[in-house]
Design a protein around this ligand. Structure first.
Ligand code: KG4
Ligand code: ZN
Length: 353
């Protein structure tokens, strides 16, 4: 089975072709990602209108390139077309989904409308052949979730953020420190030469028995420190970055531990801890999660950074997983800017995806 995947829910325009035989090792035939970071950097964050325009301008070329790099494929060589249909910025989602539908219609191929979060959740099955059930920790600029992944289409959200996403907290603190966007990698770099013990920062939710996150109090505490310093020098910035990152580490480990406990109580032992999202590129966080997993006697699946951040491979792979189960969608499928993974959350008005 060979599927084209299209991803346009945030600030990456991406397309990829993945091929898999039942029982065989899946192969990534192409993986084209165009990041819009440069376009958004001046504004210190992703601007929806700019994102939508960039998707419109580049998507057809990105898809062409993905097909070419996959071995000069034509659409008739595919078994299906998968496009992310949410959650995400409505403009981008409409563009990618419409492209997916148009290609599916023109080539008479099945279309799969993919939940972006489901795609993050299933990536470790492509990269690490992880079996169900497992616990996924998703940490990106838009999402922070602990999800019990029980099967394709069978997810239970154990925890989410009550305010900012983890990547968003990194980016906001980066902005407070006057660092370029996105703040995550910058803070990691500055933290290496900083003293994590210099500033005392809160660990919101610490020890609480629900697996939710809260980060806005931490961010506010950083703001107060920055304001109290008037003009922070290089060492101050390094020390704040290190203190902030140390707090985030503690929060992630503490929350994931609670998530694991809830998982075990409800579903028995998980087969792995799977990490996804751009924040998983952070070396200190990777180390801390490795320690946590080995302590818990759990396998840790950390897909390579380029598959942790948004990409078309994860959408194509989810298309394959769903098509194998006969789960194609109709061309009437409407974009879903909000689309919680957990079906029990679908009907909760305003549920934050
Ligand atoms: O998954 P992603 O590429 O995009 C979405 O948000 O969907 O994640 C981007 C986020 C940004 O907030 C960025 O600051 C954060 O991941 N990030 C990092 C690091 N690299 C990227 N955060 C901490 N440390 C890093 N090394
Ligand atoms: Zn994502």
């Amino acid at each position: 089975m060979r599927v084209l995947g299209i991803e346009t829910t945030c600030d990456e325009t991406a397309a990829a072709v993945v091929e898999a035989e039942v029982g065989g090792v899946p192969r990534i035939l192409s993986n084209v990602v165009m990041s819009q970071i440069a376009e958004h950097a001046a504004y210190g964050g992703v601007v929806p209108e700019i994102a939508a325009r960039a998707h419109v301008e580049t998507l057809d070329r990105i898809v062409e390139r993905a097909m070419r790099e996959a071995g000069d494929l034509s659409f008739s060589d595919l078994d299906g077309i998968a496009a992310a249909a949410g959650p995400g910025l409505i403009g981008g989602v409409m563009i990618g989904l419409t492209m997916g539908k148009a290609l599916a219609l023109a080539a008479s191929k099945p279309m799969v409308a993919v939940n972006h979060l489901e795609a993050h959740a299933l990536t470790a099955r492509l990269t690490d052949s992880v079996d169900f059930p497992y616990l996924m920790l998703l940490m990106s600029g838009g999402h922070t979730q602990l999800v019990a992944v029980l099967g394709v289409g069978d997810y239970v959200r154990l925890g989410t953020t009550l305010d900012d996403a983890i990547g968003e907290a990194f980016d906001k603190v980066g902005k407070l420190l006057g660092l370029p966007f996105p703040g995550g990698p910058q803070i990691e770099r500055h933290a290496r030469s900083g003293n994590a013990g210099r500033f005392e920062l809160p660990r919101p939710m610490h020890g609480r028995d629900v697996a939710d996150f809260s980060l806005s109090g931490l961010k506010t505490a950083v703001r107060h420190i920055v304001q109290s310093l008037e003009a922070p020098n290089q060492q101050d910035i390094d020390d704040i970055a290190a203190s902030f990152q140390a707090a985030i580490l503690d929060i992630i480990v503490d929350r994931t531990r609670i998530g694991l406990r809830h998982f075990r109580t409800r579903f028995g032992p998980p087969r792995a801890l799977v990490v996804a999202g751009g924040v998983a590129a952070n070396g200190a966080i990777r180390q801390a999660l490795l320690r946590l997993a080995s302590e818990a006697g759990l396998r840790l699946a950390l897909p390579p950074p380029e598959l942790c951040t948004d990409n078309g491979v994860m959408i194509a792979w989810t298309g394959i997983e769903r098509l194998r189960l006969g789960l194609a969608d109709t061309l009437e499928f409407a974009p879903r800017p909000r689309w919680p993974l957990d079906s029990s959350m679908q009907n909760i008005a305003g549920a934050k995806a």
